[in-house]
Design a protein around this ligand. Structure first.
Ligand code: ADP
Ligand code: MG
Ligand code: MG
Length: 251
């Protein structure tokens, strides 16, 4: 599904190398987690995958089902099936949540050369997804994220993900200060959307999140590289011993 090879990334503005050869291979249906100390480059990896400005890829590749993502515009990446959970956390006063979701969905369909979804079909779809995710119909009518609580924003993010039906979901939860309730929402959302054809990359500081999501593979990132890959037990090791041992092994 997602294949990252020897990815090197530096800041555009400064001569600072942040990613120094990241390799990552995620198969269809798998859930991978990336953990790692602050400043190791985890968020940079998700920004680069999303196509955010300010970063320069100096070497390497990232393909989604064989297609090079790094050469695509951000909206083309979305149309190819990539979803970044921080993609739409903005508040949009005056734009109803429903309108926003429908616009996003139709923009994606257009890029894929598919027909727009009709008003009736859209309504059916959004109600069905909201029900599955236990999202109140009231929230669908409000302006996008305006006055939403942290938990509601999280729920909305998961709804966006459910509506766009991506193949590859990347969730960077590192700096969002997830409280226990938000953590539960994210994990329930991810678990509800897990399927054979859909993969997840969950970036987190919190071992606890992985108690609920149960990843197939756990990676530890430090200093711009993945220094160790293992099963869920690796997250427990970090929980118990911190990163010091792993960092020492690496050096
Ligand atoms: P993590 O998500 O693992 O905490 P980040 O990807 O946020 O790590 O950051 C990796 C390193 O790159 C840090 O040293 C951070 O200070 C630096 N960095 C990332 N983006 C920028 C930027 N736009 N300007 C300056 N430094 C940056
Ligand atoms: Mg950080
Ligand atoms: Mg981060």
């Amino acid at each position: 599904m997602l294949e990252i090879r020897n990815l090197h990334v530096k800041l555009e503005e400064e001569d600072k190398q942040i990613l120094k050869g990241v390799n990552l291979s995620i198969k269809a249906g798998e859930v991978h987690a990336i953990m790692g100390p602050n400043g190791s480059g985890k968020s940079t990896l998700s920004y680069v995958l999303s196509g955010r400005d300010g970063y320069e890829v100096t070497e390497g590749s990232a393909t989604l089902e064989g297609e090079e993502l790094l050469e695509m515009e951000p909206e083309e990446r979305a149309a190819a099936g990539l979803f970044l959970a921080f993609q739409y956390p903005v508040e949009i006063p005056g734009v109803g949540n429903m309108t926003f979701l429908r616009t996003a969905l139709n923009a994606q369909r257009k890029l894929r050369g598919e027909e727009e979804v009709s008003a009736g079909d859209f309504l059916k779809l959004v109600r069905e997804k909201a029900k599955t995710l236990k999202i109140d119909a009231e929230m669908l009518k409000r302006p996008v994220n305006v006055g939403f609580s942290g938990g509601e924003k999280k729920r909305n993010e998961i709804l966006q993900m459910a509506m766009l039906e991506p193949k590859m979901c990347v969730l960077d939860e590192t700096d969002s200060g997830l409280d226990v309730d938000a953590m539960k929402l994210v994990s329930e959302g991810v678990n509800a959307l897990r399927s054979e054809g859909r993969s997840f990359l969950v970036i987190t500081h919190y071992q606890r999140l992985l108690d609920h999501i149960k990843p197939d593979v756990v990676h530890i990132m430090a200093n711009g590289r993945i220094i160790k890959t293992g099963g869920p037990e690796l997250a427990l090791e970090v929980e118990n011993n911190g990163y010091a041992n792993l960092l020492a092994e690496e050096n």
